[in-house]
Design a protein around this ligand. Structure first.
Ligand code: C2E
Ligand code: MG
Ligand code: MG
Ligand code: MG
Length: 291
């Protein structure tokens, strides 16, 4: 039963997922087809240095438009792919698509731009992921140093030895590792300091309330923690100038969020890179609206 799946497997608790088993099977079959026939696509959300607006990297986010279902959220279909046993195929498609896009940008003569991709916990349990990824990097001419993998705390806690071993191997070949949605999982300080990671992404749950009654205490603690452990830090979900300025005051300079840019389709991302990859730090409204 759903109850037995445990707290970490939230897929079947989502209202959007409360569908009959045969409907889920159909969704799964359509998704598998979409992967096989290249019907998915990627959007790219800039990660910016808030001081200058310079884009430092792009996060690739998978998109699926299905003729029958319309736009399906990755939150929903990634869990379907996990449950149906083809999330590794999905993940490999994402990696290849991102690397092929990077190759196009290279061919255009654009400056190299690091790309982050999201890994499902299930992918990390696969023993051959490093080899598979290395092959894709090789085939597409992508420099490992331009790739960052985003993994959640939950992924790291599921089977820590296997995860740590594979992430270590990735880092040895120059790929960077970030902990996504940091702060919503349950990793302890001790565990965190032992993980082979380069940076922490502050979950947007701890950014959202800043300027809306939240003192930012958790965000402050996470930045301190990152500094203590010598990890880089980036804030997710920055939507207001107030949040930006608060984070800057903590010394957190990198951010991702609608204040700067939503995820961009490949054409829009290409235009951004062609124009020098700078997003204007948006101006505060004429009358100060600080709360
Ligand atoms: P994530 O990796 O934490 O990605 C950030 C999500 O926050 C994205 O949602 C992005 O559109 C959204 N976001 C960015 N800035 C803001 C903001 O200022 N405000 C708000 N409210 N939201 C913002 P998206 O694209 O719907 O992706 C949701 C999640 O689905 C991702 O969370 C990630 O966990 C998963 N996902 C997306 N693409 C992939 C993929 O290729 N593979 C895997 N395994 N998971 C993916
Ligand atoms: Mg992410
Ligand atoms: Mg995140
Ligand atoms: Mg998230």
């Amino acid at each position: 039963t759903a109850k037995n799946r445990g707290r970490n497997c939230h897929a079947f608790y989502r209202p959007s997922m409360r569908v009959a088993a045969d409907a889920r099977l159909k969704l799964s079959a359509r998704l598998r087809k979409a992967i096989e026939s290249g019907k998915l696509h990627l959007h790219y959300q800039p990660q910016v240095d808030m001081r200058s607006g310079q884009v430092r990297a792009l996060e690739a986010l998978v998109r699926w438009y299905d003729e029958e279902y319309g736009d399906v959220s990755p939150v929903d279909f990634v869990s379907v792919a996990e449950a149906s046993g083809f999330v590794s195929a999905l993940g490999e498609w994402v990696l290849r698509a991102a690397c092929e896009q990077a190759a196009k940008w290279r061919a255009q003569g654009l400056a190299p731009m690091p790309i982050s991709i999201n890994l499902s916990p299930v992918q990390l349990q696969r023993t051959n992921i490093v080899t598979t990824f290395q092959r894709v990097l090789h085939e597409t001419g992508m420099a490992p140093t331009l790739l960052e993998l985003e993994v959640t705390e939950t992924a790291l806690m599921k089977n820590p030895e296997a995860a740590v071993r594979q992430l270590d191997e990735f880092r040895r070949c120059g790929v960077r590792v970030a902990i996504d949605d940091f702060g919503v999982g349950y990793s302890s300080l001790g565990q965190l300091s032992a993980l082979p990671v380069d940076r922490i992404k502050i979950d947007r749950a701890f950014v959202r309330g800043i300027g809306h009654g939240d003192t930012g205490a958790i965000a402050t603690a996470i930045v301190t923690l990152a500094n203590t452990l010598g990890l880089a830090v980036i804030a997710e979900g920055v939507e207001t100038i107030t949040q930006q300025d608060f984070l800057l005051s903590l010394g957190c300079v990198d951010a991702q969020g609608y204040l700067y840019s939503e995820p961009l389709d490949p054409d829009a991302a290409t235009r951004l890179l062609e124009q020098g990859a700078v997003l204007s730090r948006r101006q505060a409204p004429s009358s100060p609206q600080r709360i």
